[in-house]
Design a protein around this ligand. Structure first.
Ligand SMILES: [Zn+2]
Length: 236
């Protein structure tokens, strides 16, 4: 709390003058972000910092593990993710959805830690059940060590990725599948009105990796790749 309050004072003293006009314009004209970003609640994942974005640029949905319940399960559980998704499409008409996982994710680590599993509260356990399918896929891969290492080399951002970080990348891909199960997403995606991206933030290096559909691999998002993604456009 102390840091937050100090930050508010610091913002008032150093930046408010610069942002006042921007906020006032946004208040009058409303928001028009062209992107929905789904990321984890983790305090170390700060999209405004790693993507240098400003107020009004990005519509953000954050939850533990950056999870999107499959459409078939929406009415059985938490509907806040579905509501945010609906809002971003029906009212903001976003052209891109990014699901961004991250390294050292507590939600992913919990699958490897029996003690955490035992002490988790019921809501937490129920929520993480949406990531269980990712963990099952991970365990299936892990059954064959040679295939597992081969998979990491060809699909993961780094060949020496730890188990929980590989699970985190598999989980992002699973959430992409889940989000495409929503009729409105499906419709727009098929009509080339919407792009859906899997990203992964590496806390240690500060790098973002994106999943390249053609290469089936998480690739470092640098200047060249960013340019390539921009040129791709919605019609391709
Ligand atoms: Zn996390």
């Amino acid at each position: 709390m102390k840091k937050l309050l100090k930050g508010i004072i610091d913002f008032r003293q150093r930046f408010l003058r610069r942002y006042r006009e921007k906020f006032s314009k946004l208040a009058q004209e409303g928001q028009a972000p062209d992107l929905l970003l789904v990321s984890c609640c983790d305090s170390r994942v700060a999209p405004n910092v790693f993507a240098s974005t400003n107020p009004g640029d990005v519509f953000v949905l954050r939850n533990i593990g950056n999870l999107i319940p499959p459409y078939s399960q929406v009415h059985e559980g938490d509907i806040s993710a579905a509501a945010a998704l609906d809002y971003s499409l029906l009212f903001l008409n976003v052209s891109d959805i990014v699901i961004c996982g991250h390294s050292e994710c507590g939600a992913m680590c919990s699958f490897f830690n029996a003690a955490t599993q035992d002490t988790s509260s019921l809501p937490l356990k129920e929520w993480l059940h949406y990531a269980e399918i990712s963990y099952l896929k991970f365990k299936e891969l892990k059954k064959n060590n040679v295939e597992f290492e081969k998979f990491k080399k060809s699909h993961a951002s780094q060949a020496d990725l730890s188990d929980h970080n590989l699970l985190s990348q598999l989980n992002v891909l699973q959430q992409i599948e889940n989000i495409k199960s929503y009729p409105e997403v499906k419709k727009r995606y098929i009509a080339h009105q919407l792009r859906v991206h899997a990203w992964w933030f590496d806390l240690v290096s500060g790098n973002i990796y994106y999943y390249n559909e053609n290469l089936k691999k998480f690739i470092l998002l640098d200047e060249i790749e960013a340019e390539r993604l921009l040129l791709k456009g919605l019609s391709t």
